[in-house]
Write a protein that binds this ligand. Structure first.
Ligand code: HPA
Length: 268
């Protein structure tokens, strides 16, 4: 663990208290509402040296530590994307801090485009696996043998089963599917969408995969849920834009919040 992560964890504990965090949540575009529901303290990323600036609109760059459904959570209201800086490991320090704060699990959320007609705008998808379509890896340059991270079951079967049980209990329809990471920031072409659908992806987005790789590297259990904000390029006449993503995210976000709350209530 980097010295910086240990120092930041100590700084955060001095503000938020020393009780260990159990779960970290990373919030995607337009999915910030749940951070406001946490009974705790919000620390702006700008107070945490080395944290990303998370300059994408639709993100709220605060770290919120506190109680949600009886679980001590750390909610990352903003994420850094590869396309902002060209750095694939832009979320490594926040994830190291999460681990240092005591968490054993990281659940990421994101907005994504769908390649499946049975998964329309407004639906949610629990990631069963991913395809790294970017060719990038956040562990490039990591000097230790720990870099050879196994990625089978990267999306933890037990956490996924807990999320599934929570979705069923809340009567929320949640698909299972494979997420493809496309670097962005431009959206995909219809030909690229056709290609990744043929390769086995169900949804596409510009985040999450590097965070999952880093989280597995750190030994965190991981899971992720997408909210579908649009059909992917070429799949419908719907417009694809960041504005559209932000406008559509709240539809799936309400479902996502029910699933996350139910999961937290059920798990501890
Ligand atoms: N492609 C990539 N990222 C996205 C999309 C998409 O269609 N929708 C929301 N994020």
């Amino acid at each position: 663990m980097s010295k910086n992560a240990k120092e930041l964890a100590a700084q955060i504990e001095a503000i938020a208290g020393e009780a260990p965090v159990q779960i970290g949540l990373i919030l995607g575009s337009g999915l910030g509402h749940i951070a406001k529901e946490v009974d705790g303290v919000a620390i702006p990323y700008s107070d945490l040296p080395g944290f990303p600036h998370a300059g994408v609109s639709g993100h709220n760059p605060n770290l919120v530590i506190g109680d949600l459904e009886g679980v001590r959570v750390a909610v990352f209201g903003g994420r850094a994307h590869y396309y902002e800086s060209g750095r694939g490991d832009a979320m490594r320090l926040p994830l190291e801090v999460l681990k240092e704060l005591g968490a054993d699990t990281m659940i990421a959320t994101n907005a994504a485009g769908s390649m499946r007609t049975d998964m329309p705008t407004g639906s949610i998808m629990c990631l069963s696996d991913h395809i790294n379509f970017s060719g990038l890896n956040p562990l490039i340059g990591e000097p230790t043998d720990a870099r050879f991270v196994p990625m089978k079951d990267a999306y933890d079967p037990e956490v996924r089963a807990g999320l599934r049980a929570a979705a069923d209990a809340a009567k929320v329809e949640m698909a299972d599917g494979v997420y493809a990471w496309y670097s962005g920031p431009s959206f995909e072409t219809p030909a690229e969408i056709k290609a990744i659908a043929m390769l086995g992806a169900d949804a596409v987005g510009m985040s999450t995969v590097p965070e999952v790789i880093v989280a597995r590297f750190l030994g965190l259990k991981t899971a992720a849920i997408s909210t579908i904000t649009n059909m992917a390029a070429g799949m419908s006449v719907e417009s694809i834009s960041h504005e559209h993503t932000k406008a559509m995210a709240p539809i799936g976000a309400a479902k996502l919040e029910k699933v996350l709350r139910g999961y937290l209530r059920g798990i501890y």
